[in-house]
Ligand binder design. Structure first.
Ligand code: NAD
Length: 342
């Protein structure tokens, strides 16, 4: 069993912990929090040993009825691999600790590519992660872009990608995030950082991105246009999407045309936390124009969920026992309950 520690038990960390603990080849040996609170109670309920970044705060946890297993430094020593899901920018500061104990570590998309020197996506570069000490799982938006771009590029060749991200203002629990009543250009300049982030996984892809933030918490929405090197038919593209387990195709018959209905659907399907781990591609939006070389689609990306299954695959790749992406993706999907939403 691969012993996994989650440093930073928040939006992503708590999902990674649950996804890891249901895998047949992994176990959670500890999770960490900085303050006692609702998520610390949940960790206790789940039976995850709780470690704290600042051990001088131990009394506050004990007073709140939450047992403390030790310091983060102690947790790291017990793990084979650490998933650092602390807020963006904090994780980089933890690197010396992982180096000190010669542990493998994975950072999430809030950190720069340079922190690990390798950016991961299961469908694109699983094999390159095998045996590595450090990796970064790219952000939710970049994960969603990489999955579909790589698939289309591998079959038809992609000349150029243009993509606009309509981003959620915050996660559902983020009561201090906004906007409340605005469409915020983020950034106002073009291109946004998402294109270069895709190139950290797929360096050969020519891509220009733009982004704005809107008052919603549920999911992001992408509008993607790909200019293809070789012509495709709509049916060929739909067949490829259907065959890819991390690309969900939302069929016309569901009547779903929004992120709100999609989130309701995944909740009704009794997905853990209503999570959509795959891209939510709207079947009706998939259009191939201009003689087959101009592809358009809309896809919903559940920011809290898509990177979670990728992180599980990244753990498996770095541990080295499972040699192919296909094998790992199948194990991960089965364990979390990812079956086709269409
Ligand atoms: P979060 O704020 O929800 O959770 C972070 C957790 O880390 C909190 O529980 C906090 O208590 C804890 N923490 C803070 N400082 C710590 C420290 N020094 N040591 C240990 N724990 C500490 O953040 P999140 O949204 O889960 O983001 C985590 C990472 O995942 C970031 O890199 C982020 O960019 C990335 N990410 C977030 C999303 C998203 O939509 N939330 C999507 C994809 C990737």
């Amino acid at each position: 069993m691969i012993k996994v520690a989650v440093n930073g038990y928040g939006t992503i960390g708590k999902r990674v912990a649950d996804a890891v603990s249901c895998q047949p080849d992994m176990e959670i040996i500890g999770v960490s929090k900085t303050k006692p609170g609702a998520e610390a109670y949940v960790a206790k309920e789940r039976g995850y040993p709780l470690y704290i970044a600042d051990i001088s705060k131990k009394d506050a946890f004990i007073k709140a009825g939450i047992p403390v297993a030790g310091s983060v430094e102690e947790m790291i020593q017990k793990a084979d691999i650490i998933v650092d899901a602390t807020p963006g920018g904090i994780g980089e500061g933890n690197k010396p600790l992982y180096e000190k104990y010669n542990r493998k570590a994975i950072w999430e998309g809030g950190e720069e590519h340079s922190v690990a020197g390798f950016s991961f996506n299961s469908s694109c570069n699983y094999e390159q992660a095998i045996g590595r000490q450090f990796a970064r799982v790219v952000s939710c938006n970049t994960t969603g872009l990489c999955r579909i771009i790589h698939l289309i590029d591998s079959v038809f060749g992609v000349k150029k990608v243009r993509a606009t991200m309509i981003r959620r203002g915050g996660d559902p629990g983020d009561i201090k995030r906004g906007p409340i009543d605005a469409i915020v250009l983020n950034p106002v300049t073009i291109p946004s950082h998402h294109g270069p982030d895709v190139q950290s996984v797929l360096p050969e892809i020519n891509i220009i991105t733009s982004a704005m933030i809107v008052p919603t918490t549920l999911m992001h929405m992408h509008f993607i246009n790909m200019e293809l090197k070789n012509p495709a038919t709509r049916e060929q593209v739909l067949d490829l999407i259907k065959a890819h387990s991390r690309l969900g195709l939302i069929s016309k018959s569901t009547g779903i045309t929004s992120t709100a209905q999609l989130k309701e659907y995944t909740s009704d399907l009794l997905r853990s936390r209503g999570d959509l781990w795959e891209n939510g591609i709207f079947e009706e939006s998939v259009s191939v124009l201009d003689g087959g070389t101009d592809l358009y689609l809309f896809q919903a990306i559940h920011q809290e969920a898509d990177v979670v299954v990728e992180t599980v695959d990244c753990i498996r790749a770095m541990s080295g026992d499972v040699k192919t992406a296909m094998e790992s993706i199948a194990i991960t999907n089965k364990a979390v309950g990812l079956t086709a939403i269409r």
